[in-house]
Design a protein around this ligand. Structure first.
Ligand code: B12
Length: 257
């Protein structure tokens, strides 16, 4: 009953895919970050939310899909903030704190145990409807909600590992490389060889579970979609803005010569 009420409230703020996870099941695995201080005292439940982001069938030019749309921290953050406000109106005695990415919650694992999808060998959550082209965000609350959590993994076909140039070694992830301030020549060469301007979707594009991934319904992503980056463009609220334009411009000059 309470799950239905919460799901209905979230759906009114445009959040359509929601799962529930007991905070106790995650508390031993929290990530160290400053946002940890914002966790409600007596946190009991994580309401974990899926935000699909595939806009077009075709891949953007040199950009990963997440880099072709407005910054998800802002878009998902605004939706989660509106949801918290509505939840507080319904449950004034309780606390609701939202997080997205900059979060102490291991989001992929939490979403997987909540039944929103499976954890892929590439470390990402893969949903039935939208594949892995989803962002995750959550509302942590001291409201008690019964959760039946079960953890499931992908089909382990091995295609993502074979395709990934660094064999899914997280310390060498090309997405991470594309976001680094300083790169040595060898690293720039790797980005060039793999046509990478910002972010990397190699492990996602090869995944058979992404074959029929549905497109997003989130208008901010659809309306703000840009198929490519152009130097000098308005970079306000793009996923690469936080690094300063010099980093994406460096990657661009590295590719386009
Ligand atoms: C740091 C980070 C990165 C880094 C490094 C990734 C890494 N793990 O090393 C970099 C920059 C490389 C990166 C890249 C990308 N990222 Co990223 N990233 C994160 C972030 C902020 C933290 C992940 C992390 O460090 N986890 C810590 C490690 C140790 O986690 P872990 O290996 O899963 O282990 C945890 C669990 O296993 C858990 N655990 C173990 N046992 C148990 C048992 C139980 C019961 C429970 C509950 C938990 C649990 O404990 C561990 C943590 O302590 C998350 C957001 C978040 N807060 O989770 C996004 C996140 C994972 N990234 C995301 C995205 C979209 C990407 C990219 C696809 C972007 C792109 N296109 O380039 C790439 C994909 C690269 C890849 N294949 O992984 C999304 C993934 C969405 C999805 N579908 O799953 C997230 C969730 C952000 C978001 N809010 O949407 N990312």
């Amino acid at each position: 009953m309470i799950k239905t009420t919460i799901t209905d409230i979230l759906s009114k703020t445009g959040i359509k895919n929601v799962g529930f996870c007991a905070f106790n099941d995650v508390k031993e695995h929290l990530l160290e970050c400053r946002a940890k201080e914002r966790l409600p005292k007596n946190s009991k439940t994580i309401i974990i939310c899926v935000f699909p982001y595939k806009v077009k069938e075709n891949e953007p030019k040199f950009l990963s899909r997440y880099a072709a749309i407005p910054d998800y921290h802002t878009v998902c953050g605004e939706m989660l903030s509106a949801a918290c406000k509505k939840l507080k109106e319904k449950y004034p005695q309780n606390e609701f704190e939202y997080f997205c990415d900059n979060s102490p919650i291991p989001e992929v694992h939490t979403a997987a145990v909540s039944g929103l999808g499976v954890k892929g060998d590439n470390g990402l959550l893969i949903t039935k409807e939208y594949g892995s082209f989803v962002f995750l965000g959550e509302i942590v609350t001291d409201l008690h909600i019964d959760c039946e959590n079960e953890y499931n993994e992908c089909i382990h076909c091995g295609k993502c590992k074979t395709a990934c140039p660094v064999k899914l070694d997280k310390t060498k992830c090309l997405s991470n490389l594309s976001q680094k301030k300083k790169l040595v020549d060898r690293e720039l060469k790797t980005l060039k060889q793999n046509n990478i301007l910002w972010g990397c979707d190699i492990c996602q594009n090869i995944c058979p579970m992404n074959k029929n991934a549905q497109k997003t319904y989130i208008n901010e992503f659809i309306n703000g979609y840009r198929n490519e980056y152009s130097p000098g463009e308005d970079t306000a609220n793009r996923p690469y803005t936080w690094r300063g334009e010099s980093v994406i411009k460096r990657n661009y000059d590295n590719l386009i010569k």
